[in-house]
Design a protein around this ligand. Structure first.
Ligand SMILES: Nc1ncnc2c1ncn2[C@@H]1O[C@H](COP(=O)(O)OP(=O)(O)O)[C@@H](O)[C@H]1O
Ligand SMILES: [Mg+2]
Length: 287
């Protein structure tokens, strides 16, 4: 029986549990492991987590890489790359996870491939950031490697806005800033699996808020995509190279970002669609 590793930090995570169930549904064995316990023994060549030999797996599905420091993030990616080299099927591929996790790289690739995305500037120069803020009027500043809406800040072209921008700059001397796209208090999360739309939801910001992430208190409602939104989501996933992805769209239509380790819970709760079934089906055919 094919043995599939599910990389997940929280053993009770809905997506991790459902990936295990779906993998078993397709007649494969699922084993959960966490990158928090990953070890690579250079002398023996063994790469393992707890008592699981990762090099003996047929495939790894990455639900999440776990919380990691700067050093550690590259170690975790390096392990994925080495497993791939050793013949373990890794989905999403380490390259696509890296591109999706990096908002600078994904914004660059969207623009290069004609995918509409908000005007964005990424700079080490505070004066450039201040000049861009005055042209945007209202802007959104994000961590380049952020997720779940954490650290996403709204900044306005005002005295206090410039003060805030300077503070954000002090933290890591890099500013990723984009124009704020006016929207009806919601955005769209499209779940793409293997070149098809598996499901989509509106994410509605909580009262008085403007960040739509479900983990920031947003609520989910079923959404029927326009043909254009569907085309953009599929193109974004193709350009980044993800087998499965969550693509964030603001109506109008702009692709905001792509998530290479998305949760399937919101779409399941709002639409009854279990995206992990489609991921496991894809994997079963692949290996
Ligand atoms: N340019 C923007 N204009 C308006 N709202 C935005 C913009 N960028 C992000 N947001 C809001 O902030 C949320 C989080 O931003 P996102 O780029 O998806 O980062 P994260 O990786 O943290 O989810 C989005 O879902 C959306 O609600
Ligand atoms: Mg997002």
């Amino acid at each position: 029986m094919k043995k599939i590793g599910i990389a997940v930090t929280d053993p009770d995570d809905w997506t991790g549990v459902s990936l295990c169930n779906s993998v078993e549904y397709y007649g494969m064995t699922a084993v959960k492991f966490s990158f928090n316990e990953a070890t690579s023994d250079i002398s023996s060549g063994k790469i393992y987590s707890g008592n699981i030999d990762l090099t003996a797996l047929d495939a790894v599905i990455v639900r999440d890489l776990g919380p990691a420091t700067h050093n550690d993030v590259s170690f975790r990616f390096d392990i994925l790359c080495q497993l791939k080299e050793l013949g373990v099927a890794v989905i999403n591929s380490p390259e696509s996870i890296a591109k999706a996790a990096n908002k600078y790289v994904s914004s660059f690739l969207f623009r290069k491939n004609g995918i509409p995305t908000p005007k964005t500037i990424v700079t080490n120069n505070l004066d450039e950031a201040i000049a861009a803020l005055s042209s945007f009027g209202r802007a959104v500043v994000k961590p380049v490697f952020g997720y779940k809406g954490i650290g996403v800040e709204c900044v306005r072209d005002s005295e206090s806005g410039v003060v805030k921008l300077k503070e954000l700059f002090k933290d890591n001397r890099l500013i990723y800033m984009q124009e704020f796209i006016p929207n009806p208090g919601r955005d769209i999360r499209v779940f793409v699996v293997n070149g098809k739309v598996a499901g989509s939801i509106y994410r509605i910001a909580p009262e008085g808020g403007w960040i739509n992430n479900l983990s920031q208190g947003g609520s989910a409602k079923p959404c029927v995509l326009t043909g254009e939104q569907e085309r953009l989501a599929l193109k974004a996933a193709a350009v980044i190279g993800t087998v499965y992805a969550g693509v964030d769209i603001i109506e109008g239509d702009y692709v905001i970002e792509i998530n290479g380790t998305p949760s399937g819970k919101g779409i399941f709760e709002a639409c009854g669609v279990d995206v992990t079934r489609m991921i496991a089906e894809y994997l079963e055919r692949l290996i």
